[in-house]
Design a protein around this ligand. Structure first.
Ligand SMILES: *Cc1c(COP(=O)(O)O)cnc(C)c1O
Length: 493
């Protein structure tokens, strides 16, 4: 199977080359030429481990990796770094099942893909006879940064540079990043928001002069953001796994429609669910949940994407995004796999900050439902769920839970549903605790963490214990315009 650029039908590469490059030329994203059909029946999947399921899914997409290579990558990724053998457990609370994707090293769902990406990338480099060091350039709204740092720290032949919005991440997210150890790691706060960080990184990727300079110094860029197809493919796995587990536990029958609710920012996670559906997995509605930065809700309800609006800092910072990169892969698809049409719309987005899709394209979005939750609604859901069940969810997952309530009310759809639970509540302790009770407002972070342990009866994760006393190692702050200079300084070019 080959991968083609969403902006140029002529640009085609193998899976390993797509993983290596991260981004196609001219800002395009690589997409599989066709979505392969899942070729294992659910009755077989139900007895498979997470790792076995991962192999069955990933081998269909990463066709130039050998069986041995893929299985080695999978084994090295989904191991004791996760605090449960199940890797992605389902927890039922009231009428929905929460798919907990936060049991990896950095307690957010980014670990699901970023614990395997370094292995896929190093394997790809070897297969393609790359001798340069690979520089992972990453923009983060908080969770990708730490998960990528954890994945790449100390990996021979790589360096990783992470840009995060200085005032746009939670205190715990920031502490996790700036305490990262490893000679090959570099963490920079920018005076700007996530979109600016992402745009700056994408610009460096498309800068031919910079690429040449790097090449001469023995470096080449790749990406750990979900614009890299090596992030998306591992994310398809947990939808397949969850479906099989729902059948196994008797929650649904084999073949029954299962709705999926995804708290969405860059559109990577929900796109993986869309790909899973296109592989033949019986997913019903794809429910796209936004916070107050509701650019996707507006897109799904009007057909117009418009990023010209105020950027709002919310209690779900990993979803504070106005330019949802992976939506481009869906646009390309509903434009009939037309690179020309997609390029036209993406140029409009770049130049005017907005584009409108045709009625014909809109008709193909019937499987999607978009809505959003306000800050109050998000907090209310956390409190109510805790009071009714004792289960505590994080702010991002709460946005999804609030949107699911709206969906149910609007449609009366009774289909069984899973909510992608994207972060541990410990990662957003302050927002979670003040949602439970305003009296926690003034308490220090680590006091709240201990209190959360008492309320949730879930042990404080290792990822949090680690940062209690860790030393701050990264203090660089820069302006948006200086991102390239900072990269060059770090690399000594
Ligand atoms: C990244 C992230 C999201 C958004 O996921 P996308 O794939 O970017 O849509 C939601 N919740 C959490 C906790 C995240 O870290």
């Amino acid at each position: 199977m080959l991968y083609v650029s969403t902006r140029n039908a002529e640009e085609k590469v193998t899976a390993s080359q797509a993983v290596l490059k991260g981004l196609a030329e001219n800002g395009g994203l690589f997409v599989p030429e066709q979505i392969p059909a899942l070729d294992v029946p659910v009755e077989k999947l139900i007895s498979m481990s997470y790792q076995e399921t991962a192999y069955e899914v990933m081998k269909l997409f990463l066709t130039d990796y050998t069986e041995d290579e893929l299985k080695t990558c999978i084994r090295n990724a989904y191991d004791g770094k996760f605090d449960t053998d199940e890797i992605a457990p389902l927890v039922k609370a009231q009428d929905v099942s929460y798919l907990e994707l936060f049991h990896g090293a950095t307690i957010a769902f980014k670990d699901m893909a970023l614990s395997i990406l370094p292995h896929l990338l190093i394997t790809a480099a070897r297969k393609n006879h790359v001798t340069n060091d690979i520089v992972i350039l990453t923009a983060t709204s908080g969770d990708t940064g730490k998960a990528a740092l954890a994945g790449f720290a100390g990996v021979q032949g790589t360096k990783i540079i992470v840009f995060y919005p200085k005032d746009g991440v939670s205190p715990i997210q920031q502490k996790q990043m700036v305490t990262q150890k490893g000679e090959n790691t570099f963490v920079v706060g920018i005076n700007g928001n996530f979109d600016q960080a992402q745009t700056g990184v994408k610009q460096m990727f498309s800068d031919a002069a910079l690429a040449k300079e790097l090449k001469e110094a023995g470096y080449q860029f790749s990406s750990a953001n979900s614009i890299n197809i090596g992030r998306l493919v591992p994310q398809i796995v947990y939808y397949v796994y969850a479906y099989a587990k729902m059948v196994k536990s008797g929650e649904i029958k084999d073949g029954e429609r299962l709705n999926v609710v995804v708290p969405t920012g860059n559109f990577g996670n929900i796109l993986a669910a869309f790909y899973a559906k296109n592989m033949g997995l019986p997913i019903g509605k794809l429910i796209c949940a936004s916070n107050e930065n509701k650019v996707l809700y507006d897109f799904f309800t009007t057909g117009t994407y418009d990023k010209n609006r105020e950027f709002i800092l919310t209690s779900s910072p990993s979803m504070d995004i106005l330019i949802s990169s992976n939506l481009e892969r869906l646009i390309y698809r509903i434009a009939g796999d037309s690179a020309a049409k997609n390029r036209e719309l993406m140029n409009a987005l770049k130049e005017r900050g907005t584009y409108k899709i045709t009625e014909e394209m809109r008709d193909q979005l019937v499987d999607f439902y978009g809505n959003y939750a306000s800050e109050e609604e998000t907090a209310e859901v956390i409190r109510k769920l805790y009071e009714d069940t004792g289960y505590i969810i994080d702010t991002h997952t709460a946005v999804a839970a609030a949107v699911y309530k709206k969906y149910q009310k609007e449609t009366g759809d009774k289909a069984k549903t899973i909510i992608a639970s994207t972060a541990s509540p410990y990662k957003f302790t302050r927002s979670v605790m003040t949602a439970l009770n305003a009296k926690y407002e003034g308490n220090p972070d680590f006091e709240l963490i201990d209190e959360l342990e008492v309320l949730s009866k879930v042990k404080v994760p290792q990822a949090i214990e680690e940062i209690r006393t860790a030393e701050v190692l990264h203090k660089t702050i820069c302006e948006v315009e200086d991102m390239e200079r900072v990269v060059k300084e770090f690399l000594g070019v």
